[in-house]
Design a binder for this molecule. Structure first.
Ligand code: ZN
Length: 653
């Protein structure tokens, strides 16, 4: 056996551990496929500045300011001010802006404004983000409060009930003075006028809501429109990719996406996603565009993201097996038959290796992706699910032997169970969540797909997680050869509840509540179960701290089935009040004493709660006529080198 000398864990700063991921099999692809991936990768990198601007309207200028200081600073790099400055810059890079990527709170610098001021004044003024007619002093007067004053733009996405979610959020999807009521009314009116109410476009997805001459209107993100300078480059790379496409459908997909970028027409966007869902023959795939709506407190506007990938044939077999049996799973799901699909369409699922991560998938990335997001497109055309195998592998490898399980798992028997089955079950749970969970169930006719409003994302994630949890314990898993025995699922049940009740708290600062949709979902599932099935699971405290004890795994499965039934009912009927009740009761609040204990135990382990990835670097070699003859891949770039290179080479806005 050969040892794997690749170093997955890279540098650490603040609450972040940087990882590297490998792209196994890239060398085995044909040159055409490599060139296709190269252009799709470039397209995924060119959108970077869009996301920075979406996250907060000052982000790009703050980045330019910080990078000027970082590259030109002449003083000692060993002082505490400079070190704190570097940490701050690394956090800003990581979050694509001045707010934490997950908690969305603004970072508080630990260096002085006097230090930054002096450093800025020593910079070449051409490298500074001066506004119209501004000198360095005026620029600092404008940007320093944004950086240093904790009361200005404190939160990127505020979800606190009762607040005006737009006026209190720093994200840049609405003009600063647009109120929540105005925006909701604007889009309610637009929806009411939908020409095809059965197949509505995703209103508001690709625009900033602005006030012009006192009237609200959309500033659309497209060529010639807002973000046009970045989108032009994306389009150029997409068009360069076309001659290397693997099949005609892929060509159509790319062409339609280009058309969408040119026009900003959301109907074209739906057409593109339908083509994309149906392109399942190629080994290479990608997404590129305005995709997820978590960054908008109203859940309408999509942040820009992109990735490029190719299939991992061996691991894909696992997901393919699930997909081939999608109808069986739907028919046996423990929900009211009225809420089941009669036919399950086109659930395609693949394990892929990422080649590049861009926009909102970089550096912090999802490991499972299910798209498109349009409800009617999913219902009529199905969806594509992927798990990103090489990222999962990097996580697993980097986590080996870090002491986490030893600290939080109750006893040796459970620990052994997890050593044996946890990686396998975790992958399978992700597959179930993405391939079957999100695609399962149906809305009753006439129910507004956005009717759960701010609670919609949490309910949707809970639905997919519960679907996966329920089926992990099903004999079908053995029958399909996906799990080796009837013990394996227990590893996932334990780790899921441990995460939802205890360990995910390490991602929350003391005194804060749970806000992110996936975290709310896990808390909701775990705490609801704890409250309703005390005979199956309990919290137990001993001299080492608080632990989960599971007394009855079979009962636990019953709990998941019951909650899945309720969550599906809420989704299918658009029961806003029940969604609110469920999420607010179980998914939001944090027990301060338990939180403090978990943070302390975690602190002693000295691990970073967040991880993100440094991309590989691709260098095309060209012959005299400019044709690409090979693509060289390397993993040598440091985090800072990569960020600075991206800022240099892909600056558009
Ligand atoms: Zn999900």
């Amino acid at each position: 056996m050969t040892t794997d000398h690749f170093s997955y864990a890279d540098e650490r700063f603040a609450d972040v551990q940087m990882l590297r991921y490998r792209v196994p099999g890239f060398e085995r692809l044909t040159l055409r496929q490599q060139i296709l991936l190269y252009h799709l990768s470039e397209a995924a990198l060119w959108g970077r500045d869009i996301l920075w601007d979406q996250n907060c309207r000052y982000n790009l200028r703050v980045r330019r300011l910080l990078e000027a200081v970082y590259t030109q600073y002449k003083g000692s790099r060993e002082t505490s001010d400079f070190r704190s400055f570097v940490t701050y810059l690394k956090r800003v890079w990581f979050s694509n802006g001045i707010h934490h990527h997950y908690a969305t709170e603004k970072f508080q610098p630990e260096f002085s404004s006097a230090f930054l001021r002096e450093a800025v004044l020593a910079c070449d003024s051409a490298s500074l983000p001066l506004g119209e007619g501004q000198d360095a002093e005026a620029m600092m007067a404008e940007l320093f409060p944004v950086i240093f004053n904790p009361d200005i733009l404190p939160k990127r996405v505020n979800q606190a009930e009762g607040d005006d979610l737009l006026l209190t959020s720093a994200c840049n999807y609405y003009d600063p003075d647009v109120t929540q009521a105005e925006a909701e009314e604007f889009y309610a009116r637009m929806k009411a006028q939908a020409p095809d109410p059965e197949r509505p476009v995703m209103y508001g997805l690709n625009s900033t809501l602005v006030r012009r001459d006192g009237r609200l209107c959309e500033d659309v993100w497209c060529c010639g429109g807002r973000y046009g300078a970045a989108i032009d480059h994306i389009v150029t790379e997409l068009e360069a990719a076309i001659p290397f496409a693997e099949n005609e459908r892929q060509v159509e997909v790319i062409r339609r996406l280009v058309e969408f970028y040119r026009t900003g027409n959301l109907k074209t966007f739906d057409e593109y996603t339908i083509l994309w869902v149906n392109e399942t023959q190629g080994e290479v795939d990608f997404t590129n565009g305005f995709t997820e709506v978590y960054g908008d407190p109203l859940g309408l506007k999509a942040s820009w993201e992109g990735y490029a990938s190719f299939i991992d044939p061996v691991a894909t077999q696992r997901a393919a097996t699930l997909s081939a049996n999608a109808s069986w799973f739907e028919a046996h799901s423990p929900v009211d038959p009225r809420f089941r699909k009669t036919q399950v369409q086109g659930v395609s699922a693949k394990v892929i290796n990422a080649v590049i991560l861009g926009g909102d998938l970089y550096p912090s990335s999802a490991i499972g992706i299910n798209l498109p997001n349009s409800n009617w497109v999913r219902a009529e055309h199905g969806s594509k699910s992927v798990t990103i195998g090489n990222l999962t592998h990097a996580y697993d490898e980097a986590a080996k032997g870090n002491g986490f399980r030893e600290e939080f798992v109750i006893d040796d028997a459970t620990h052994e169970l997890m050593d044996r089955y946890a990686d396998l079950c975790d992958d399978l749970h992700t597959d179930l969540h993405e391939c079957l969970g999100h695609g399962s169930g149906r809305m009753l006719p006439g129910v507004d797909p956005d009717g759960l409003k701010a609670y919609g994302s949490t309910i949707e994630e809970a639905r997919a997680d519960l679907f996966g949890l329920y089926y992990l314990a099903d004999e079908k898993m053995l029958e399909l050869g996906l799990l080796p025995d009837t013990e394996a699922y227990k590893a996932q049940y334990y780790s899921y509840l441990m995460n939802g009740l205890l360990t995910q708290l390490v991602r929350i600062e003391p005194g804060r509540q749970i806000e992110e949709a996936h975290m709310r979902n896990r808390a909701l599932v775990a705490r609801w179960t704890l409250a309703h099935y005390p005979e199956a699971v309990s919290l137990e405290t001993n001299e080492r701290g608080t632990f989960i004890r599971i007394m009855d795994y079979a009962r636990l499965r019953k709990a998941f089935a019951e909650l899945l039934g309720e969550v599906q009912r809420i989704k299918s009927t658009g029961d806003y009040d029940a969604a609110r009740q469920l999420v607010e009761t179980y998914g939001v609040s944090v027990d301060a004493k338990l939180h403090a204990e978990i943070l302390e135990r975690y602190r002693r382990l000295d691990l970073a709660p967040y991880k993100g990835f440094i991309n590989p670097r691709y260098t095309p070699c060209r012959d005299e006529s400019g044709e690409i003859t090979s693509i060289h891949i390397d993993y040598d770039e440091s985090y800072a080198e990569q960020m600075l290179r991206y800022s240099r080479e892909y600056a558009t806005l």
